[in-house]
Design a binder for this molecule. Structure first.
Ligand SMILES: [Zn+2]
Ligand SMILES: [Zn+2]
Length: 291
C-alpha cells in the first residue's frame, strides 16, 4: 500500500467548468426564496422529482442496481432508472458507478475519491470540483471500474461530450415549457406564463437537483463521520438516521459497507430504508428480482 503522505502530495487542481456549473445551479436554486416563484405545483414538481430522479434514479438505479448489482431487473427498467439518475446531474452513470466502486475498494484509504479523512468539505463536494494528483482521469476510471457499462453503447454514449448534462438539463427546460403552456391555456398573460414556467423550473429543476446533491453527498461526508457502527468494517462508515431520512435509506452506510451487495441497507425495524421498500414493491410487481 502506498504511503499516505506520499500519495497525497500535491495540491488538488480545481476543475473550473465544474465549479462554475455548481455555483450556477446553486444560484438558480436560491431563487426559490422569491415569493413570486412559489407555487404549490412547483412544490409538487420538487417532491415528485426528488422521488423519481433521487430515490429511483440515484439511490436505487445508480447505487444499488448499477454500482453493486444488488438485484436484477429487465433491461428497460435498468435503462429507465439510469436515465432518471442521469437527470440528477451527478455526472454520467458509468462515471458515478466507477467513482463509487473505487470508494468501496479503498474506503477511507488515500485512494478513496472522497474520504472525510481529508476534510469534511472535501468529502462533501470538494472532490467533485477538484482533482488530486493521485485521482484517475475520468476515462481511465470508467474503463477500469465500469467496463461492464462502458461496453454498452447506451452508457458509452451518455459519457460522450457531456451528453448526460444535456439529458439532465432537458428536464429543466421541459418543466419551464410545461408551466408556460399550462398558464397560456388557462388564459394567463405572457408575464404570468413566464413566472409559472420559472416556478416549475426553479422548484422542480434547480432546487430539487441541489437538495438531491446534498443528500447524496451527505452519505460520503456525514455518514463516514457521525453515527453508530454495527459492524467493524475497517473503514469509517457509520449508520446515520438523519442521512437515512434525507437519502431514502442510504444513511445506513455502515450496514452497506459490511454487505455492499445487499439491496437492503436498513437491517433493524427502526432502520427505515425507503429505497429497499421501493425495491420490494418493484419485486412484487415483477419489475425486479433477487440477483
Ligand atoms: Zn462509504
Ligand atoms: Zn455502495
Amino acid at each position: 500500500m502506498p504511503d499516505r503522505d506520499d500519495v497525497n502530495r500535491g495540491l488538488p487542481r480545481v476543475k473550473p467548468d465544474t465549479l462554475v456549473a455548481f455555483v450556477l445551479v446553486h444560484a438558480v436554486a436560491l431563487l426559490a426564496v422569491m415569493p413570486a416563484l412559489f407555487t404549490w405545483t412547483g412544490v409538487a414538481a420538487f417532491a415528485a422529482g426528488h422521488f423519481v430522479f433521487g430515490t429511483l434514479g440515484i439511490n436505487i438505479g445508480f447505487h444499488r442496481l448499477l454500482a453493486h448489482r444488488s438485484f436484477a431487473c429487465p433491461v428497460w427498467v435498468e435503462r429507465m432508472l439510469a436515465l432518471f439518475g442521469t437527470c440528477s446531474l451527478q455526472f454520467s452513470p458509468a462515471y458515478w458507478v466507477a467513482v463509487h466502486r473505487r470508494h468501496h475498494q479503498f474506503s477511507d484509504e488515500p485512494e478513496d475519491p472522497h474520504s472525510p479523512r481529508r476534510g469534511l468539505l472535501w468529502a462533501h463536494f470538494g472532490w467533485l470540483i477538484a482533482r488530486r494528483p493521485l485521482d484517475l482521469k475520468p476515462t481511465v476510471l470508467t474503463w477500469r471500474y465500469a467496463k461492464d457499462m462502458m461496453r454498452q453503447p447506451f452508457y458509452e454514449r451518455l459519457e460522450r461530450k457531456n451528453v448526460w448534462a444535456a439529458v439532465g438539463l432537458s428536464v429543466w427546460i421541459l418543466l419551464y415549457v410545461a408551466g408556460f403552456t399550462a398558464e397560456a391555456l388557462a388564459g394567463g398573460t405572457w408575464m404570468e406564463c413566464g413566472w409559472f414556467g420559472s416556478s416549475l423550473m426553479v422548484w422542480g429543476g434547480a432546487l430539487r437537483t441541489v437538495v438531491v446533491w446534498h443528500s447524496t453527498w451527505s452519505v460520503n461526508s456525514v455518514a463516514h463521520v457521525w453515527g453508530y457502527r454495527t459492524h467493524d468494517t475497517g473503514d469509517d462508515s457509520r449508520n446515520n438516521p438523519f442521512v437515512a431520512l434525507i437519502a431514502s435509506g442510504e444513511g445506513w452506510h455502515n450496514n452497506h459497507h459490511a454487505d455492499p451487495v445487499s439491496p437492503r441497507h436498513g437491517m433493524q425495524w427502526w432502520e427505515i430504508d425507503v429505497s429497499w421498500l421501493v425495491i420490494r414493491l418493484m419485486m412484487a410487481l415483477g419489475l425486479a428480482r433477487p440477483r
